[in-house]
Design a protein around this ligand. Structure first.
Ligand code: GTP
Ligand code: SPV
Ligand code: MN
Length: 606
C-alpha cells in the first residue's frame, strides 16, 4: 500500500512501474517485521548469507559479481541540458538522448521481480538541512543497505509533506548486471537518478554518492550551501569544549579511519576525546550566527574492510559487529565469521574467498598472483555497512538537526613525496586553491589502475554534479559569505614515504597529534612558520611524546620539508592541469585561483 498521498510521488512511482513492469510493488515502511521478512527471503534465495548469529548478531553477507565491485566512473553521467554545465570532470549526454537510450533497457526489467519503493531522508528527519529521496529498486540488498545508510521508511514522507515536489527520484534495476550496459546517470535538472546493471554499493545505494554528493552539490550551488566528500569529527578538549573538523580525502584515503580515531594514551590521559559525526559526506550551510554548520546526511558507514583491525580502527570494527552487512570479504567456514586482509595475521584455513571459491586461506594468501603479489581472500574494495548508532564514539550531536559548527576544513590525499604532513592556508582563497590541487595515488575504490597520481579536487572529482570551475567559484563565494566566520583550511598527508616505499608517519591514532596542532592554530594558541606554500608547524609544536623512537628529528624534518624544486614542479603541473585538463575542456577556472599560482610561484622564486 502506498505510504503517502503526495501526488508527485504517486505519479512518479506509477510511471516507474509502467516502465519496469514488476510482478509486485512493495512500499518499504521501515518496520522491523518487514525488514526481517525481506532478510529471510534474501537468505532463502541465496542473495544473502546468514553469518554466525552469536558472534555477529544480525549480520549478513553478500557477494557481488566479480565485474561489479566498485564505482564505475567511465559509465557515470551528468545529464544536464547544456554540455558546458557538466564541465570537464563529468561524462555528459543530452538528457533526452539518455532517457531514450535507457528507457528500452528498463522496459520490463523488473518482470518476474518485486519493486521495492524506498522513502528515505538524507539528514535527521526534521532538520532544515535534510532532504527526501525515493528509490525504487529490484534488489533486497539495496533495501537492507538503505535501511542502515539512511533514515528509511514512512517517517521520511512526513518531512516531504503531501504536496512538495522536492524529492530525489532514484530508479535502480540490477537488470542482468551486464557491465556493457551499466549506467549510473544523474539528471540534476530533473532531480532524478537512473542506475542500471549494477548491484554494488556506490552505484546502487542512490542516497549516497549519487544523491548526497552529485545531485546535492548541484542543489547546494543553486541554494547556497555545500555538499562535500568529507568526514566530520569532534575533538573534546580537556576543558570540555568540542571543536569540529571536516576533512576531504579521496576514496579509500582514510576518512573513516580519521573520523573514528582513538587518541594516543597521553592525549586520553589528558582528557581528549574524539567523536564521530560522519565518515564520508558532509552537508554544510551557514547558520543564523554566521558560522558554517555541518550535518552528516547518512545514518551508517559503508566502510572499506581491508586494513580495518582492532588497532587501526577499533571503533569501525566495533560498529560492524552487529546488524551489519559485509560485501565481498572472505568467510571463515568453520564458524561463519568474516575475514579480510589486515584484520589479523591468521587467514582462515577453511575459507571462501570473495568470488565464492572454497580455498585453504593460508595457502591461498601465500600464493603469488599475476601481479606478483599474494592472492587476496577479500576484494581490496570489500566493505562493511554498519549502523552509525553502533559506533562507540558516535557524537552526541549526531542527530542534532542544526548540525555542528565547523572550525577547520582539512584536505588530504596519498602523496609519496612533495606534500608535508600538515600545513595551513594563508586564507580561504588560498585554501580553495589547496582543495583544487588535491591529488592522490589511486586506490581500489574505483575501477582502473591502482597507484597512479590523479587530480581529485576537493576529493570530489567523481562527485561534482556540475562544472568544476563553477564549483570552485561556489567555494570562493561561500568564503566571502562566511567572512571572518569562515573555517580555517589545512592540508595533511599521512602517506609520505621513504626511499624504500615505507610510510614515515605512523598515522591512524597518531593523527591526533596533527589535529591538536590544527585546533591550536584555530584558537590562535600556537605559532607557525611562514613558508612559500603556507603556514607549517614548528618542529617542536607537533607533539611526539611516546613515538620519539619512530618519529626521530630527522624523520620530522622530512615530514615537514618544503622541497622548493618539487614544489616548483607541483605548481607547473597545476598550471598544466588548470589549462589543459580544465580550461581547454570547458572548465571555468576562476581568476582568483590562477592568481594563487602566481603568488605561490613568486614565493618559491624569492
Ligand atoms: P571511502 O569510503 O572509499 O571514501 O574511503 P575512506 O576515505 O573512508 O578510507 P578509509 O578510512 O576506509 O581508509 C582506507 C585505507 O587507508 C585503509 O586501508 C586504511 O588502513 C588506510 N589508512 C587510513 N588512515 C591511514 C593512516 O593514517 N596511515 C596509513 N598509512 N594508512 C591509513
Ligand atoms: C567511495 O568510493 O568514496 C565510497 C564507497 O565511499 S562508494 O559508496 O562505493 O562510493
Ligand atoms: Mn567515500
Amino acid at each position: 500500500m502506498a505510504l503517502t498521498k503526495n501526488p508527485n510521488v504517486l505519479k512518479w512511482v506509477d510511471e516507474m512501474v509502467a516502465l519496469t513492469k514488476p510482478d509486485n510493488v512493495v512500499w518499504i515502511d521501515g518496520s522491523d517485521e518487514q525488514l526481517l521478512a525481506l532478510r529471510k527471503e534474501a537468505i532463502s534465495t541465496g542473495e544473502m548469507i546468514e553469518l554466525n548469529q552469536e558472534k555477529l548478531p544480525g549480520c549478513i553477507y553478500h557477494r557481488t559479481q566479480p565485474n561489479d565491485v566498485a564505482r564505475v566512473e567511465d559509465r557515470t553521467f551528468i545529464c544536464c541540458k547544456n554540455k558546458e554545465d557538466a564541465g570537464p570532470t563529468n561524462n555528459w549526454c543530452d538528457p533526452q538522448e539518455m532517457y531514450a537510450k535507457l528507457t528500452p533497457m528498463y522496459d520490463g526489467a523488473m518482470k518476474g521481480r518485486t519493486m521495492y519503493v524506498i522513502p528515505y531522508s538524507m539528514g535527521p528527519i526534521g532538520s532544515p538541512l535534510a532532504k527526501v529521496g525515493v528509490e525504487v529498486t529490484d534488489s533486497i540488498y539495496v533495501v537492507l543497505n538503505m535501511d542502515i545508510m539512511t533514515r528509511m521508511g514512512k517517517d521520511a514522507f512526513e518531512n516531504l509533506g503531501e504536496t512538495s515536489n522536492d524529492f530525489v527520484r532514484g530508479l535502480h534495476s540490477k537488470a542482468n548486471v551486464d557491465p556493457e550496459n551499466r549506467y549510473i546517470v544523474h539528471f540534476p535538472e530533473d532531480n532524478a537518478i537512473w542506475s542500471i546493471n549494477s548491484a554494488y554499493g556506490g552505484n546502487v545505494l542512490l542516497g549516497k554518492k549519487c544523491f548526497a554528493l552529485r545531485i546535492a552539490s548541484y542543489q547546494g550551488w543553486k541554494e547556497g550551501w555545500m555538499a562535500e566528500h568529507m568526514l566530520i569529527l569532534g575533538v573534546k578538549k580537556p576543558d570540555g569544549e568540542v571543536k569540529y573538523i571536516t576533512a576531504a580525502f579521496p576514496s579509500a584515503c582514510g576518512k573513516t579511519n580519521l573520523a573514528m580515531l582513538i587518541p594516543p594514551t597521553g592525549y586520553r590521559e589528558a582528557g581528549y576525546e574524539v567523536y564521530t559525526v560522519g565518515d564520508d559526506i558532509a552537508w554544510m550551510k551557514q547558520g543564523e550566527d554566521g558560522k558554517l554548520y555541518a550535518i552528516n546526511p547518512e545514518n551508517g558507514f559503508f566502510g572499506v574492510a581491508p586494513g580495518t583491525n582492532d588497532k587501526s580502527n577499533h571503533n569501525a570494527l566495533a560498529s560492524a559487529m552487529k546488524n551489519s552487512i559485509f560485501t565481498n570479504v572472505a568467510i571463515n567456514n568453520d564458524d561463519m565469521t568474516v575475514w579480510w586482509e589486515g584484520l589479523d595475521k591468521n587467514p582462515p584455513v577453511n575459507a571462501t574467498e570473495w568470488k565464492g571459491a572454497k580455498v585453504n586461506g593460508v595457502e591461498y594468501t601465500s600464493t603469488l598472483g599475476e601481479d606478483g603479489k599474494p592472492l587476496k581472500l577479500a576484494h581490496p574494495n570489500s566493505r562493511f555497512t554498519a549502523p552509525a548508532e553502533n559506533c562507540p564514539c558516535i557524537s552526541p550531536e549526531f542527530n542534532n538537526p542544526k548540525g555542528v559548527p565547523v572550525s577547520a576544513i582539512v584536505f588530504g590525499g596519498r602523496r609519496a613525496s612533495t606534500t608535508p604532513l600538515v600545513y595551513q592556508s594563508f586564507d580561504w582563497v588560498h585554501g580553495t586553491y589547496m582543495g583544487s590541487a588535491v591529488s592522490s595515488e589511486t586506490t581500489a575504490a574505483a575501477t582502473g589502475a591502482v597507484g597512479v597520481l590523479r587530480h581529485d579536487p576537493m576529493a570530489m572529482k567523481p562527485f561534482i554534479g556540475y562544472n568544476v570551475g563553477d564549483y570552485w567559484k561556489h567555494w570562493l563565494d561561500m568564503g566571502e559569505k562566511l567572512g571572518e566566520n569562515a573555517p580555517k583550511i589545512f592540508n595533511v598527508n599521512w602517506f609520505k614515504q621513504d626511499e624504500n616505499g615505507n610510510f614515515i608517519w605512523p598515522g591512524f591514532g597518531d593523527n591526533m597529534r596533527v589535529l591538536d596542532w590544527i585546533i591550536k592554530r584555530c584558537e590562535g594558541k600556537v605559532d607557525a612558520v611562514e613558508t612559500p606554500i603556507g603556514y607549517l608547524p614548528k618542529k617542536e609544536d607537533i607533539n611526539i611524546e611516546g613515538i620519539e623512537d619512530e618519529v626521530t628529528p630527522e624523520i620530522m624534518d622530512k615530514l615537514l620539508a618544503v622541497d622548493i624544486d618539487l614544489w616548483k614542479k607541483e605548481i607547473a603541473e597545476m598550471r598544466r592541469y588548470y589549462d589543459e585538463d580544465i580550461a581547454a575542456k570547458g572548465g571555468r577556472v576562476p581568476d582568483a585561483l590562477r592568481a594563487q599560482l602566481d603568488k605561490i610561484e613568486a614565493n618559491l622564486n624569492k
